[in-house]
Design a protein around this ligand. Structure first.
Ligand code: NAP
Length: 305
């Protein structure tokens, strides 16, 4: 894994375009527009295209060249970055363009299989391909202090060649030559995030009808989630060693014994257990297999089909 922090903050910078790699960017949605502004602010000659041309007007005023077609946009720079809604829109937008000799960087969210297929599709058209998964929301683009970054995978040569340019909008983390691995890392981390949001939603629901200020509760919740997060290192250690009892301080048997308190509290508070119930069901299944001395790592094996 290769990680690069963003080149620098955009605030207060003065830039010249001399020596800066020209970039073509297809897609000026919320994310594409943020990416465009970061490259413009860093002095990269930028050609943009968007299906709805009106979205390019503000960027034109800021110095971007607006292409009338994707073919014209692709012809303008050897580095072509795509940030569209989904993989189907990438296929649609790039259909009929001449990608021969182009370095195609696809920052559109998709599945690992879509990324691998898109890499092959690009190769057949004579282009090098790098897939990206953006671990940031638009306000984090061009703001290195926020810690946003992009996972990249696919052509290592392409990554190295454009590393400096790619690190302008956000940090870069290269996760290997398999084009699908950026998407896999992206979706894995975001899936964990949704699990966290699901837990937080359940927690807020529990206090919803009580005289508890959500604003006082929120910092307690955030601190607790942060305190618990490092447990993933023990999970990784157990997965690597195969010993799921290693270092366990909260055995599954003890945790499952506490489940009625969780479900009983949800019932008393008038809260549906539909978010946490499935996880408890998996914990019980693992315990029934005789794994009471483990922590929660065994649940992973129940999930993998
Ligand atoms: N926003 C975020 O917080 C965030 C965070 C991480 C990753 N991402 C990813 O970044 C990508 C772009 O997100 P976004 O926030 O910019 O989305 P968005 O604001 O909804 O913009 C979508 C973009 O895709 C274009 N588009 C949609 N269908 C198209 C088609 N069939 N052909 C050509 N262009 C098409 C839209 O063009 P029009 O203007 O013509 O509609 C627009 O430029 C997505 O894959 C998203 O998952 C977003």
């Amino acid at each position: 894994m290769i990680t690069t922090r963003p080149a620098s903050s955009l605030i207060g910078m003065t830039h010249t375009t001399v020596g800066k790699t020209p970039v073509t960017l297809l897609g000026l949605g919320t994310m594409g527009t943020a990416l465009a502004r970061a490259w413009l602010a860093a002095g990269h000659p930028l050609t943009v295209w968007n299906r709805t041309p009106a979205r390019a007007a503000a960027l034109a005023a800021e110095g971007a060249r607006v292409a009338k077609s994707t073919a014209e946009a692709v012809a303008a720079s050897s580095l072509v970055v795509v940030c569209l809604l989904d993989d189907a829109s990438v296929g649609e937008a790039l259909a009929g363009t001449d990608l021969a000799g182009r370095d195609l960087v696809d920052l559109t969210t998709g599945t690992p299989a879509q990324a691998r297929a898109r890499a092959e599709w690009a190769r057949e058209r004579g282009a090098r391909y790098l897939d990206g998964g953006i671990m940031a929301v638009p306000p984090m683009i061009g703001a290195p202090e926020t810690g946003g970054y992009v996972f990249y995978s696919g052509s290592r040569e392409l990554f190295e060649r454009h590393r400096e340019t790619l690190s302008v909008p956000a940090g870069t983390t290269y996760v290997g030559t398999d084009a699908g691995h950026a998407a896999l890392h992206d979706i894995a981390l975001l899936s964990a995030m949704y699990g966290m949001f699901a837990g937080a939603a359940h927690a807020f629901a529990l206090i919803r009808k009580e005289d508890i200020d959500p604003a006082s509760f929120a910092p307690l919740l955030a601190d607790w989630l942060v305190a618990m997060a490092p447990a993933v290192h023990q999970t990784a250690d157990q997965l690597r060693s195969g010993d799921y009892t290693k270092g366990v301080v909260s055995p599954l048997a003890m945790q499952v014994a506490g489940v009625p308190a969780f479900l009983g509290t949800a019932e008393q508070q008038g809260v549906s257990p539909e978010l946490i119930g499935p996880f408890f069901a998996l914990m019980r299944r693992r315990l029934d297999e005789g794994s009471g001395e483990e922590g929660l790592t065994g649940v992973i094996d129940l999930l993998v089909r």
